[in-house]
Write a protein that binds this ligand. Structure first.
Ligand SMILES: Cc1cc2nc3c(=O)[nH]c(=O)nc-3n(C[C@H](O)[C@H](O)[C@H](O)COP(=O)(O)OP(=O)(O)OC[C@H]3O[C@@H](n4cnc5c(N)ncnc54)[C@H](O)[C@@H]3O)c2cc1C
Length: 410
């Protein structure tokens, strides 16, 4: 095992696997540590987005500022509601506005925004030192030497030897499989259909609000939101528990009808919006149980969806805490394992709290399935229980402030 203190003069060799928000954030952060030699390995032949829209919450804006990437998002690259709401919830059958979440005491620059994932990805990519990025590099195996160093092998036959392996390789992480071979992800029974249409196209449907809107049904929802640059997002979440997926099915072509069949009981506005796009992509949602640890073998750290499927904001928080922890170990002449231990102690409780919320959601869904509530009553219950203000801490969480209380974890 590598027990050398990080301040011994030897350089720390780091491999980041994956070029999504987590990997790009890690690349920007590691470049600030003068004692680190790092490379980012991405399986795709170019860094590109998957998906459609993405929310940039107050916590994510703070981290984007820290990474220097916030200024790469120009005001027409994203949408902010004119009246300052972060999100609105409507009954999908009647269209009635049930709740509008205002944003109080949040600096203007940190207000919720919705953008295209490509824009967020590009904003991060602009800050990454390109000479350290290795594209078309699919990690296929990891082995640990007696010294603690890791030998990583790529499909191309290329090999590297590193002190620290950062798994930022998403929900089907090869790094996580090596670190926690018994951990399994599976299809959650939920499938999302996503597409982008033009604002002109959506304007043809009367009654679509200029807002961040969930249109709820008892087991499916439609999400509508402008994204800036004349784009408009149409995303749905549907319950398809009978489908079988062996592998992650991400961004597959689907028919408009496959999606529309879930919205037959919804209002004419919802049905017209769902019918608007000419094509949609389908995303079967996979997830696994909470990991007790986000580190392994004194030399592996998992960040972003490779650790817990929680969102791009969580991915950037992971990366921030990881780098601060390694920096702390270096400044105090401690070992890499000490730094990783601190990272684990800061992120572990946070994920435990998050999974507590997700468990409550699962419980609410199960109760609703067993109840005989009609459409409107079921929607009232789920909006009250799943979109309550008590969960606002997730998007408002200030990881920087939390780290000021580092001592509690040391
Ligand atoms: C329907 C839906 C809506 C969402 N909406 C939001 C939202 O509003 N806000 C939000 O914050 N988040 C949202 N998310 C979640 C968000 O998209 C993810 O949490 C985020 O992309 C995680 O980033 P990541 O970098 O960890 O993983 P990914 O974005 O999955 O990136 C992983 C990267 O690793 C690469 N890779 C994988 N395996 C290998 C390998 N073996 N070797 C080399 N490279 C590899 C992949 O090619 C990819 O580039 C949503 C997700 C879904 C499914």
């Amino acid at each position: 095992m590598t027990l050398k203190n990080l301040n011994s003069g030897a350089r720390l060799r780091v491999a980041i696997i994956g070029g999504g928000p987590a990997g790009l954030g890690a690349a920007i952060e590691f470049a600030t540590l003068p004692f680190v030699d790092w490379n980012l390995y991405e399986q795709a032949s170019e860094i590109r987005e998957i998906g459609a829209g993405i929310s940039v919450q107050p916590t994510t804006w703070r981290l984007l500022e820290h990474l220097g990437a916030a200024e790469n998002l120009k005001s027409n690259d994203f949408y902010r509601a004119a009246d300052g709401h972060s999100v609105q919830h409507r009954n999908g059958r009647t269209g009635e506005l049930l709740v509008s979440h205002p944003q109080k005491d949040i600096p203007k620059a940190h207000l919720h925004a919705r953008t295209h994932r490509a824009k967020l990805q590009l904003a991060l990519l602009k800050e990454v030192e390109q000479s350290h990025v290795r594209l078309s590099s699919r990690l296929v195996s990891v082995n640990q030497k007696a010294s603690g160093k890791l030998v990583i092998k790529f499909q191309s036959g290329f090999e590297d030897e590193v002190d620290l392996l950062v798994g930022a390789d998403g929900v089907r992480s090869v790094v996580r499989n090596f670190a926690f071979p018994d951990h399994r992800v599976g299809y959650t029974g939920k499938t999302s259909y996503r597409t982008i249409v033009s604002t002109e196209e959506i304007a043809k449907v009367n009654g679509v609000p200029d807002a961040v809107t969930f249109w709820h049904g008892p087991s499916s929802w439609l999400y509508t939101c402008p994204l800036g640059n004349g784009q408009f997002e149409v995303t749905t979440m549907t319950s398809e528990p009978d489908l079988q997926y062996e592998k992650v099915s991400w961004g597959q072509d689907a028919t408009v009808e496959e999606n529309a069949k879930h919205f037959k009981d919804f209002s004419p506005i919802v049905r017209a919006v769902v019918a608007t796009p000419k094509e949609v992509k389908k995303y079967a949602l996979f997830a696994g149980p909470r990991l007790d640890n986000v580190i392994a073998r004194g030399s592996i750290a998992l960040v972003g969806d490779a650790s817990h499927r929680a969102g791009a904001g969580f991915a950037l928080e992971d990366v921030f805490v990881l780098i601060q922890s390694i920096k702390w170990a270096h400044e105090n002449s401690l070992t890499l394992a000490d730094g990783l231990g601190l990272f684990n102690r800061v992120r572990g409780p946070h994920y435990k709290n998050l999974y507590g919320v997700l468990d409550e959601f699962v419980q609410t869904d199960a109760e609703l399935r067993q109840s005989n509530l009609g459409f409107d009553d079921a929607v009232n219950v789920l909006v009250e229980k799943k979109w309550s203000k008590k969960f606002d801490w997730i998007s408002a969480y200030d990881v920087g402030y939390y780290l000021l209380r580092f001592n509690e974890h040391i």
